[in-house]
Design a protein around this ligand. Sequence first.
Ligand SMILES: [Zn+2]
Ligand SMILES: [Zn+2]
Length: 339
Amino acid sequence: MKAALLYTGEQSLKVENIANPTVPKGWALVKVRAAGVCGTELHFLVDGLMPLAKSPFILGHEIAGEVVEVPEGTGFKKGDRVSIYNLVNCGHCSYCRAGLDSLCPNATGQFGFNLDGGFAEYVTVPPTSLVHLPDKVSFNDGAILACSGMTAVHAVKMADIGFRDTVVVNGVGGVGLAVGQVAKNTGARVLAIADTQEKADLAKKLFADEVVITKDYSNVAEDIKKLTDGNGVDAFFELVGTAASANAGLNSLAKRGRYVIIGYTKDHVDLDPILMVIYELRIMASVAGTKQDLEDVLKLCEQGKVKVFVQSELKLDDVNVALEKLKNRTSLGRNVIVF
Ligand SMILES: [Zn+2]
Ligand SMILES: [Zn+2]
């Protein structure tokens, strides 16, 4: 099969022909139809935040495709359209049983992180990672929602927001667009912070009631306060994660406000304990999502309540074009590899 391989120390992928994967006993073989190219890829390629589990390795954790073979009695059959829940967990620990499967301490891997992922024609997964794709949801949407969509649902549920709340989505990338739309579905008033007019326009089109445009965050807290009659917001979804944006975020919160860190960031955050106490602020962090979160976002997409913005469809041979767009911050929404 054709696969895009990452070798240790390289900053781009090499598309090569390799042997089809052998299917572990009890697992399924899936023909990949779409694989999203995500900002997380840069943690393997550029900043070294995530070391390679093996070399060469196949990235791609946003996967949708068609079942080629699957054991009987799993609820799936050959030809089924599926999205892949990319975490492989044990299914029987206290976290898994409580529906917190993304926190399973016995997790054995994650596709595109330490198990070969979707930048290849085929991928093998356990049947527990298969999620039926509703007829109305495309392979592109099913792939992309398996990362940004499920992450958004997880974070919005955690922030516990509703129609009385005003919230901010800081950062209008793939995940930000999903968080904004999911938040909007709770009935909350949703503001956004973007670094370009183009992203601001997209946020307005998809979910945002108001957008603040900034590059350095110097006046963001004041701007947010002005937009909320001086009260601040009930939740600040942090998808940028610099010290400057965190400072602006914490100072934008209303009393009992939630500062919700999503995904992987490196900057340390300064906390003002007096502000924290007087305002009873809460700091929470949310990473990825549960299989239920993925099923929930696919349903929202089926109902037309969450839309995926695809910037371009690319062939696997052109995967580095999408990665370059991420490196120089010119991607808008998601780029997706189609097969
Ligand atoms: Zn992703
Ligand atoms: Zn478990």
